[in-house]
Design a protein around this ligand. Structure first.
Ligand code: FES
Length: 134
């Protein structure tokens, strides 16, 4: 029952992605693809003061990658930069709500990787060298 709920929730985010699009002159921008399948994802953030004021993502790919990007965008908006920097894999897994098989973790974490890469490129967090592994 709960599983069905979360599957529906993922499909809903996939079909009706929140915060889909691009921003003009974003303070944070990064994009990347999943090397295994070529699916792509980009993220734009506007930072005002110490808060993320707006977020958009663009991409194409499987339901897990696009839904987790949509969910992540909802988590980011309105948060402080510090809170966004602290977002990790557990937060994404929590919001997805269903077990993600090892083969799909790259899908689930694609947007998170793009986010942290963007934050690092914008000088808002330390580059995380671990992110490329896995
Ligand atoms: Fe490509 Fe999931 S199959 S990101």
């Amino acid at each position: 029952m709960a599983m069905d709920y979360f599957r529906e929730y993922i499909l809903d985010h996939y079909r009706n992605p929140r915060n889909y699009g691009k921003l003009d002159q974003p303070d944070v921008h990064a994009e990347d693809s999943n090397p295994l399948c070529g699916d792509q994802l980009g993220m734009d953030l506007i930072v005002e003061g110490d808060h993320v004021k707006e977020v958009r993502f663009q991409g194409r790919g499987c339901a897990i990658s696009q839904a987790s990007a949509s969910m992540l965008s909802e988590m980011i908006e309105g948060k402080t930069v510090e809170e966004v920097v602290a977002l990790g894999k557990d937060d994404v897994l929590d919001v997805l709500g269903i077990p993600i098989s090892p083969a799909r973790t790259k899908c689930a974490f694609l947007s998170l990787r793009v986010l942290h890469r963007g934050l690092a490129m914008a000088g808002l967090e330390q580059p995380d060298n671990e992110e490329e592994e896995e």
